[in-house]
Design a protein around this ligand. Structure first.
Ligand code: ADP
Ligand code: MG
Length: 465
């Protein structure tokens, strides 16, 4: 029987929904339309090629599972890729737009004087591009979406692209990278990067001088508008009004908008609801704190560009301890270079520890039983409290014995104190644990690797007080 498969797809969605987080569901599954169901094959329509590739790469197993469950064996899936209407309208509009800009003489703050054809200074920082924007789990979605729109501004489902994340995680870098890449693909594109502060100032200035129309005309010529840190628009009614206008016009014309914010749109207090709802039209992608490997890759990359070489233990130490913020990671590197050249000292672990201490808050050099417990517990993905419990679950027992072993080895606490800290156990239990760990290390290679790995983390990390 041929039908549009909506029933089938809805059932699949029920299954998919329980397996992934709501943001991913909203981003990748809500935009999909079922279009046909015939001979056990479901055809779904996706907005564009990038979308299709992303789903194939990340969710194909999940979809397979859902389809098998709903349709049964020999279920099949076909994709239909929607060619956006915007692609066509773009082609026509560009010509018209070029005519318009040649004729009009629009006053604006970004024009290079002396150049006949109106070419907007994109205000982009050439240092920030994709080649030096290291990819990791923390930024993959935002980076890929950014790459996709720079190749096809206005031609993907990601319009606007809203990138959000805490300070120092790479929003501004990515915003510039998108602009620079788009310019590389097509140097005729009219692109503008503007901070929300500058945008607000322009508006204040334009209002004062009766030049709002000029300002609007100027913004309407853009193919890509990138606004950084839109959270600063909050409570600025006039700015929001004018931005709303510009947003609508550009979006309607199939032009690309890229916005960054320090929090997700829904949490932007003092921002008008009509704006927030527009921010949700496209893709909202967040930047997370980078994991250890990504931090390493970022530092490697920086050293390469700076022509620097640092000992491995120095790099490891930095990456173990500077976790939340890429700007801090770079800050440590710069301070190290400065310290070592000012004091004419080699960059070694000692000087690195001094510098890192200044960047990382609330730390002591001392290894404590508590810090060991936290580290081991997190490795075994259990709560640190479990180490003090009576539980005999195998992974908890091992984590507990390991923690005792490290506590004995790396703190100067007595066996009694160590036993006390593990839920009032007695000193013979601590001795027994240490022996068990040593025996296991002698006989089990994989276990030994785990111990070595944990030990490195314990001795490398600065410890929370
Ligand atoms: P934000 O705008 O989110 O506060 P920035 O874009 O200013 O953060 O990034 C802070 C610093 O970290 C910049 O120097 C930037 O080049 C660097 N950085 C951020 N993310 C990456 C990354 N993925 N790869 C390399 N460098 C990065
Ligand atoms: Mg920034």
């Amino acid at each position: 029987m041929v039908n549009d498969g909506r029933n089938i797809w809805d059932k699949c969605l029920q299954i998919i929904k329980t397996e992934i987080n709501p943001q991913a569901y909203k981003t990748w599954f809500e935009p999909i339309e079922p279009v046909r169901f015939d001979k056990k094959i479901l055809t779904i329509q996706v907005p564009n090629n990038f979308f299709y590739e992303w789903i194939e790469e990340h969710y194909v197993h999940l979809m397979k599972k859902a389809l098998l469950e709903v349709i049964g064996n020999s279920a099949g899936l076909n994709y239909r890729i929607l060619k956006t209407k915007q692609d066509d309208s773009n082609a026509v509009k560009i010509d018209k737009q070029q005519l318009d800009t040649e004729k009009t003489n629009i006053k604006n703050p970004f024009v290079f004087p002396g150049i006949k054809k109106l070419k907007i200074d994109p205000n982009l920082n050439a240092q920030y591009h994709f080649d030096n924007y290291v990819e990791g789990d923390c930024n993959r979605l935002a980076r890929n979406a950014g790459m996709a729109i720079s190749k096809k501004p206005g031609g993907t489902a990601f319009n606007p692209l809203v990138i959000y994340g805490d300070v120092g995680l790479g929003k501004t870098h990515l915003a510039h990278a998108i602009g620079n890449q788009a310019l590389k693909e097509n140097d005729q594109k009219q692109i503008l990067y503007v901070s929300s502060e500058k945008f607000t100032n322009q508006i204040v200035h334009a209002i004062k001088n009766g030049e709002i129309d000029d300002l609007l005309n100027f913004y309407h010529q853009l193919d890509i508008l990138i606004v950084d840190d839109i959270q600063f628009f909050a409570n600025k009614t006039k700015t929001m009004d004018i931005f709303f206008h510009i947003f609508n016009q550009l979006h309607q014309d199939g032009k690309q908008l890229v916005l960054t914010s320090d929090r997700p749109p829904k949490d932007l207090e003092g921002m008008e609801e009509r704006l927030i709802s527009r921010f949700k039209w496209g893709l909202t992608a967040d930047l997370q704190s980078p994991d250890y490997e990504t931090r390493m890759a970022i530092l490697d990359n920086k050293m390469l560009t700076e022509g620097l070489e640092l000992p491995d233990n120095v790099l490891e130490f930095i990456c173990y301890n500077v976790k939340n913020n890429i700007r801090e990671l770079e800050g440590v590197l710069v301070s190290l270079i400065a310290q070592s050249s000012l004091n004419n000292r080699e960059i070694d672990l000692e000087i690195t520890k001094e510098v890192v201490q200044k960047f990382v808050e609330q730390v002591s050099k001392e290894i404590t039983i508590q810090s060991i417990q936290e580290l081991v517990a997190s490795h075994f993905k259990i709560e640190a409290d479990h180490l003090q419990s009576k539980s005999r679950k195998r992974n908890i027992v091992i984590a507990r014995q390991l923690s005792m072993y490290f506590a004995k080895k790396h703190t100067n606490k007595s066996l009694k104190t160590i036993g006390d800290t593990f839920g009032g156990r007695d000193h013979s239990t601590v001795i027994y644990s240490c022996k068990t760990v040593k025996d296991l290390m002698d006989t089990d290679k994989i276990f030994k690797e785990t111990v070595d790995d944990l030990e490195k983390k314990i001795t490398m990390s600065l410890h929370s007080k």
